[in-house]
Design a protein around this ligand. Structure first.
Ligand SMILES: Nc1nc2c(ncn2[C@@H]2O[C@H](COP(=O)(O)OP(=O)(O)OP(=O)(O)O)[C@@H](O)[C@H]2O)c(=O)[nH]1
Ligand SMILES: [Mg+2]
Length: 436
């Protein structure tokens, strides 16, 4: 089984590698393959708002790390791994900023960062909690279903990255439509589910038994399984946590391969689906009349030339100001510029060709930069890296555009061969998907 999933992932990656069109999916498969190889498992706590997710994370880690409260609190995904204590904020534009633990609330609390106006993509924490020692990544997510839609969006998006899930319910409320929808979605991506029924301190034993029975029946039918793992807990008072912790830790030890393989298989299916729909989008661009395609192609070329010019100007400004030796400041500035260029290019392609074209927001290794001194050599390296990246960005897109043009030229053997390649790719992807 192990080999076959790795093999399918490798084959998918190789197939996607044969076409520029599916580069984003190829990167996603590469990440999945690395996950399989490194056996790095992600366990996330998900559920409706105010079920006690952050309280549970704190209780499991035996430390008051995350803010909790009576109003919707968590607005940002927080990953936690074993290690010396540290906290860093990852922003949408690619910047990573180390912070003190006392500052956490300013970034992950809905009240202090309303609507995530600070554009935080996630927060990464390290702490030496024994629960994390086996190497898992433990994740607190924003709650679904509150008035803050962006919190639900973030939670839905993160489910795609989860391998195992602690789904948080609460005895003071029957399972509702929001939770059912969320669970139906989560089921498509995560391989293992632990259902924590929280706030048992609020009910009598008899009521609890009735609630657990009700949950079991409903969840079995929803998950289409014969039995589900239910853990009655009180995150606030620490009741029932040992059973949950022990089960997760033992699964992470003995079932890690199985969980990862199942999880990767599900995610691979999703990626192949999106590669196939990208091929469809490509066909849409090909259907465009030649004249219109030509003019849009020229507009795009102008856009690329401008971008290369801009990037050179940014560097020559830096060359001019030789007194600026702030490596971290320059690195931050270049990172923002680079990501803005990627976003601008993606929007231009969408506008001109009616197709999606996404770039991964790569980082200029900012975290490493803290270890470097502010020497002129390091700054020169940074500038060079920036220029290389922008050039590569433009070259890649130009190559894809040239490819579209080639496809569109009529009556050439090349076109026929490329169209056949595209069809073949589609067929092979479909075949691989059926193996999952
Ligand atoms: N009685 C009781 N209250 C709890 C328990 N766990 C959490 N709470 C309370 O429930 C409220 C919500 O807790 P949070 O941990 O912030 O809930 P959350 O699911 O992270 O909420 P969002 O981040 O907004 O989605 C807080 O007032 C907690 O004190 C519990 O086991 N029993
Ligand atoms: Mg929370």
């Amino acid at each position: 089984m192990n080999n076959s999933i790795i093999d399918i992932a490798k084959q998918t990656e190789e197939l996607l590698n044969t076409s520029e069109i599916c580069r984003a999916e190829e990167i996603r498969v590469k990440t999945l393959r690395k996950k399989l190889e490194s056996q790095d498992i992600t366990v996330s706590v998900i559920g409706q708002f105010k079920r006690g997710k952050s309280t549970l994370v704190n209780a499991i880690l035996e430390e008051k790390l995350l803010p909790v409260g009576i109003v919707p609190v968590t607005s940002v995904v927080t990953r936690i791994q074993y290690g010396e204590k540290s906290a860093a904020v990852h922003f949408d534009n690619g910047i990573i900023q180390p912070i003190d633990f006392e500052e956490l609330s300013e970034y992950i609390n809905e009240q202090e960062n309303p609507g995530n106006k600070r554009c935080v993509s996630s927060v990464m924490l390290h702490t030496p909690a024994s629960f994390l020692k086996k190497g898992l990544t433990f994740v607190d997510t924003p709650g679904v279903g509150s008035a803050h839609k962006h919190n639900s969006d973030a939670a839905y998006a993160f489910v795609k990255e989860s391998d195992a899930v602690i789904f948080m319910l609460s005895v003071d409320s029957p399972i509702n439509e929001i939770e059912i929808d969320f669970l139906r979605n989560a089921k498509e991506y995560a391989a293992k589910f632990y259902f924590a029924v929280n706030k048992i301190d609020n009910v009598e034993e008899e009521e609890l038994s009735a609630y657990l029975e009700y949950c079991r029946r409903l969840l079995c039918s929803l998950m289409a399984v014969e039995n589900v793992m239910l853990f009655p807990v009180s995150a606030k008072y620490g009741t029932g946590l040992e059973e949950l912790k022990t089960k997760i830790q033992s699964d992470c030890k003995t079932l890690v391969k199985e969980i990862l393989e199942d999880s990767v298989a599900m995610k691979l299916k999703d990626i192949i689906g999106s590669a196939m729909s990208r091929l469809d989008l490509y066909w849409n661009a090909l259907k465009m009349p030649i004249g219109r395609l030509d003019s849009r192609f020229n507009q795009m070329k102008e856009c690329l030339a401008e971008l290369e010019k801009d990037s050179k100007e940014i560097i020559s400004q830096l060359d001019y100001d030789t007194t600026n030796t702030d490596y971290v400041g320059i690195s931050n500035m270049l990172q923002v510029e680079l990501n803005q260029m990627k976003q601008a290019l993606s929007s231009s392609v969408a506008e001109l060709f009616g197709m999606e074209y996404h770039y991964e927001l790569t980082e200029l290794n900012l975290t490493e930069s803290y270890k470097l001194d502010n020497s002129q050599d390091s700054i020169e390296n940074l500038k060079e890296k920036f220029l290389t990246e922008t050039k590569q960005l433009c070259d890649e897109l130009e190559h894809t555009l040239n490819l579209i043009l080639m496809y569109r030229e009529k009556n050439t053997i090349t076109v026929a061969r490329r169209i056949e390649d595209l069809n073949k790719l589609n067929r092979q992807l479909r075949k691989l998907r059926t193996l999952l």
